[in-house]
Ligand binder design. Structure first.
Ligand SMILES: [Zn+2]
Length: 149
């Protein structure tokens, strides 16, 4: 029998929820932990996060096709379990997962590169789930921006 020891108390709701804030995709880069929390707060009360190192890269430019399929399966589960109607795609400046792709770029060029990745991720999401609303955000180390392409 396993021994369970309380690390800390953490009471949580057991109520079912609808992910009114959507399925949010962002990078697990800890430097931007607070930014991603703020972005979540702006989107709604409940969100289903899909957090990986690289975030939208799994949808836009996956290392393996299976990464993309895993992401889509997670989105489908979010829709099934929590009635998700929108997807929030978050790209961030200076993402380590894109280090080689953006090497030598100016800040402006790098931002443009991430806009392209957001567009690719959005196109893929809408190709697979055309009835969803897609919101795009960009995070740098000062602000969270809404993105329109
Ligand atoms: Zn990153």
């Amino acid at each position: 029998m396993a021994k369970l020891t309380v690390l800390t108390e953490c009471p949580s709701s057991t109520e079912h929820y609808v992910a009114d804030g959507g399925w949010i995709v962002y990078c697990g880069d800890d430097r931007l932990f607070e930014s991603h929390l703020k972005a979540r707060e702006k989107m709604g009360k409940h969100l289903d996060p899909f957090v990986t190192l690289g975030g939208i890269q799994q949808l836009a430019s996956p290392e393996f096709q299976s990464d993309r399929e895993f992401a889509v399966r997670q989105l489908v589960k979010s829709r099934k379990f929590h009635g998700t109607q929108k997807v929030v795609l978050v790209a961030h400046f200076n993402c380590g997962a894109y280090k080689d792709a953006v090497a030598g770029m100016s800040r402006e060029e790098e931002v443009d590169f991430y806009m392209g990745e957001l567009a690719k991720a959005k196109d893929f999401v809408l190709y697979r789930q055309p009835d969803l609303k897609v919101i795009m955000l960009f995070v740098d180390f000062d602000n969270i921006y809404t993105v329109e392409l």
